[in-house]
Design a protein around this ligand. Structure first.
Ligand code: CMC
Length: 428
């Protein structure tokens, strides 16, 4: 990192400070404001529009150009060629694996796919109609109560075992959350399957009927996992980092990430987008619905992004996958899909959306694909969480391994009451 240039800040009382400017390998320069507190002032940047919270070597996004790289590799190439576990290795270790490294990595993940049997009983404490994301937050958080042998975050071996456990067990827990919800028995993982095949098997097989994964559909889900694997310092990743900065164990940190992901402005958008399509119901109602959006009665879910002010590169890949899956399943004339395409066209051509740079994002298309795969709407954000787990772990690992890592502690601009004296209740 280069730190030769400076930015000079002068306050209205004449005091001034030189702040170092830092360049990364790609992307805009940043102004290091560490020294500001010496002047007795803070910066104010709610919602982090102009603030980098850390340095990271994992993921790069250029929102204006519509670029997304994992460890330098463009997402379009990663979505096309490697499988999900190869991408996981890349995110976790910084480099693509050799054939031997990949074999070893896949073996490790595969060996950890089963969960402690006692954990299966944990599910009985939930109502059957609980949202699967509520179950995920609880059960993933509970993993720390089952695997205490790997909780020393300062021990790299412990961190590695926890990473394998999380990566391997998330699909198992996600499939269990689904089975519990629909009242079917849990299906144990089968090690002959790939990571994604195994997840589909645990979701769709029953003790009465086997499930044979369709390679085209497996590839579609593989792409969804790859496209969602990391996305630099988004809300859930920042939550994982902040929770982890206090020294909390990785299972607790990932559970906090799942909780942050759940909201409709973040990972919950795929579920919200599908619900929106169902609510619109028919192509004839699209214009009326879009008018409601322009009147700011509600938002078009699956559209817009804080960073991408151009087409989300993940959305372009997912759009292609969407067509492939619908063709494979003979669903090209599906009513909801036609409606989605009509909405997409309006949003791409209407000045309201063009002026605000509101393009369809990845969740708009992934919702349609997941529905076509037979995955119920309330599982969409769970699928996102399964894919994002590797990103959360990579970012958590990067932070813990940092020299001089400190607890994250934002400050505030206080706007409450000034000092006042307590008044007894009978005098109020
Ligand atoms: N529909 C209609 N108008 C919108 C939308 C939308 N989806 N998103 C933003 N706007 C408008 C907003 O009303 C505002 O208009 P104006 O300037 O007239 O007040 C303008 O665009 C800027 O909006 P903002 O709220 O300042 O933008 P933001 O960067 O804070 O919000 C967002 C980003 C993703 C939360 C927002 O676009 C949104 O709510 N989208 C719908 C939810 C969604 O699809 N989220 C998934 C994001 S991709 C998956 C992920 O990474 O989690």
């Amino acid at each position: 990192m280069e730190t030769k240039r400076v930015a000079t800040l002068t306050l209205d009382d004449g005091r001034s400070i030189e702040l170092p400017m830092i360049s990364g390998t790609l992307g805009p320069d940043v102004i290091d404001i560490h020294g500001l507190s010496a002047l007795g002032v803070f910066t104010y940047d709610p919602a982090f529009f102009s603030t980098a919270s850390c340095t990271s070597e994992i993921t790069f996004i250029d929102g204006d150009a519509g670029l997304l790289y994992y460890r330098g590799y463009p997402i379009e190439q990663l979505a096309e060629q490697p499988d999900f576990l190869e991408v996981c290795y890349l995110l976790l270790n910084g480099e693509l694996p050799s054939a031997a490294q990949k074999k070893n990595f896949v073996e490790h993940v595969t060996r950890h796919t089963m969960v402690h049997d006692q954990l299966a009983r944990f599910f009985n404490g939930f109502r059957r109609d609980a949202h699967p994301m509520a179950v995920m937050v609880g059960v993933v958080g509970a993993l720390s109560a089952f695997y205490h042998d790997s909780l020393d975050i300062n021990n790299p071996e412990h961190r590695e075992i926890s990473a394998f456990r999380l990566l391997a067990k998330l699909p198992t827990i996600a499939a269990m959350a689904y089975k519990y919800n629909v009242g079917e028995p849990f299906i144990y993982p089968k090690n002959k399957f790939s990571y994604v095949e195994n997840f589909m098997y645990m979701m769709f097989a029953t003790p009465a009927e086997d499930y044979v994964p369709n390679p085209k559909l497996v590839r579609a889900l593989e792409r969804i996992f790859i496209l969602h694997a990391d996305h630099e310092q988004n809300a859930s990743t920042s939550t994982v980092r902040l929770a982890g900065s206090s020294g909390a164990n990785p299972f607790a940190c990932i559970a906090s990430g799942i909780a942050a992901l759940w909201g409709p402005a973040h990972g919950g958008a795929n579920e919200a987008a599908l619900k929106m399509l169902e609510e619109i119901g028919d192509v004839s109602r699209v214009a009326e619905y879009v008018q409601g959006v322009k009147d700011k009665k509600y938002r078009l879910m699956g559209f817009g992004h804080r960073v991408y002010k151009n087409m989300d590169p993940r959305a372009s890949v997912m759009r292609e996958t969407c067509y492939e899956v619908l063709e494979e399943l003979g669903l090209e004339n599906d009513k909801l899909f036609k409606l989605a395409m009509e909405l997409e066209q309006i949003a791409l051509h209407d000045p309201y959306f063009i002026e605000r740079k509101l393009y369809p994002n990845v969740d708009f298309y992934s919702g349609i694909v997941l529905r076509a795969l037979g995955i119920p709407t309330n599982m969409f954000t769970v699928i996102f969480a399964v894919g994002r787990t590797v990103g959360w772990i990579s970012q958590w690992n990067e932070m813990i391994a940092e020299k001089g890592q400190k607890i994250g502690r934002p400050r505030q601009l206080y706007t409450g009451a000034t000092r006042r004296d307590f008044v007894q209740v009978d005098k109020r």
